[in-house]
Ligand binder design. Structure first.
Ligand code: UDP
Length: 350
């Protein structure tokens, strides 16, 4: 039995992963987070192991949690671009300093760390048509004045520190880089959009459809992303944990390169899916907004983000959900659970 501690375990990825692991043999899962709202929604009436833990000021408690686990998965992070712009110092506080204490606890107790990095670390394409490769691609970020990149920089430095511990032979780890995971419990739906309540693109487009307000297309919607359905993502994560000794001390992308779309095409696709599967009478406009008005100053976009997934496919993983299934399943979940998702509405803590 492998004892897994999920830190940030009641977020989007953690709650879906904890539920997925109940269908797999050989794991004992404990989830730690500020609250268990998403776990409660995901597990409905079934039992799950949860304990409140704030990794920002948990000291000896974090130490105990790590000591009792075999594998520590650190998912605790602020992940919305809107929050990078609004509170850059809090991004560094949680995504860097608190995560360092998790790395140090894993070193102290000789525990395997699965650290969640981000595809944002790669930054912009710099005009290259090549997919992002873990050990070969450059990380191309904009100037410091564009503080959107503070998240990417904090995560990149952490990746480099973890890598250096591997070189020093003091830590066994896996660094995971997720590419735009979407699906149930991703973010809440927001009746009224504000910069403070600004979910990521799928949840914001769904909020527009549900509350009948225009879809906001930032800078014309030319940026491109590859979306990965959460069930594909958690299956990949379980495989990586199962095979962790074969891929120790590596960085691995999780993403679906076949699911590439521009934001403008995503908006049209979602409107069609929503009318077909949710509300045939829905009639929302698409409105172009300047990034300056949407996010405030300091924003710069990743133009395109495509993963190379050969490390994962060599282990036997293939993503199964194409764009249509990914967004149909997601839209139906958002629509059917809209009241419950509204109740999830919270600002990211502190
Ligand atoms: N975006 C948009 N409308 C929205 C939210 C986001 O056009 O309501 C754009 C955003 O500018 C970016 C893309 O959608 O180009 C993906 O944004 P998201 O917040 O999901 O995260 P990212 O992939 O940038 O980390």
């Amino acid at each position: 039995m492998v004892a897994i501690a999920l830190l940030g375990g009641s977020g989007f990825i953690g709650s879906n992963f904890a539920q997925f692991l109940t269908s797999c043999d050989g794991y004992r899962v404990s989830s730690f987070d500020l609250n268990d709202k998403k776990l409660r929604l995901r597990f409905e009436n079934k039992a799950y192991a949860f304990q409140r833990l704030d990794i920002r000021d948990s000291g000896s408690e974090l130490d105990r949690v790590v000591a009792e686990a075999d594998v520590v998965v650190n998912l605790a992070a602020h992940v919305r671009p809107g929050s990078f712009l609004l509170k850059p110092l809090e991004i560094v506080d949680l995504n860097f300093y608190s995560s360092i204490s998790v790395v140090e606890a894993c070193i102290r107790h000789k525990k395997f760390l699965v650290h969640f990095s981000t595809s944002e670390v790669y930054g912009k394409t710099g005009g290259s048509p090549e997919p992002f490769r873990e050990d070969l691609s450059d990380c191309i970020l904009g100037p410091v004045a564009n503080h959107r990149w503070i998240y990417s920089s904090a995560k990149q430095l952490l990746d480099r520190i973890i890598h250096a511990h591997g070189l020093a032979n003091t830590l066994d780890y896996l660094i995971v880089r997720p590419f735009n995971f979407v699906g149930p419990l991703m973010d809440e739906v927001v009746p009224r959009w504000t910069r403070e309540d600004n979910p990521r693109v799928l949840a914001n487009f769904m909020s527009s459809l549900i509350y009948n307000r225009p879809i906001q297309l930032v800078n014309g919607g030319h940026s491109r992303r590859c979306f990965t359905y959460i069930l594909d993502a958690v299956a990949a994560l379980e495989l990586l944990i199962r095979r962790r000794h074969d891929i120790n001390r590596q960085i691995v992308n999780i993403g679906n390169p076949a699911n590439e779309t521009s934001m403008a095409d995503l908006a049209s696709r979602l409107i069609r899916i929503y009318r077909t599967h949710c509300d045939p009478t829905a009639d929302v406009a698409i409105e172009e907004v300047a990034s300056e008005d949407f996010y405030g100053p300091g924003y710069e976009d990743c133009d395109r983000r495509v993963p190379d997934i050969s490390k994962l496919t060599r282990l036997g993983w293939i993503p199964r959900y194409d764009l249509e299934e990914t967004f149909t399943s997601s839209a139906i979940y958002f629509y059917e659970n809209r009241r419950r998702l509204e109740n999830l509405l919270h600002r990211e803590p502190k």
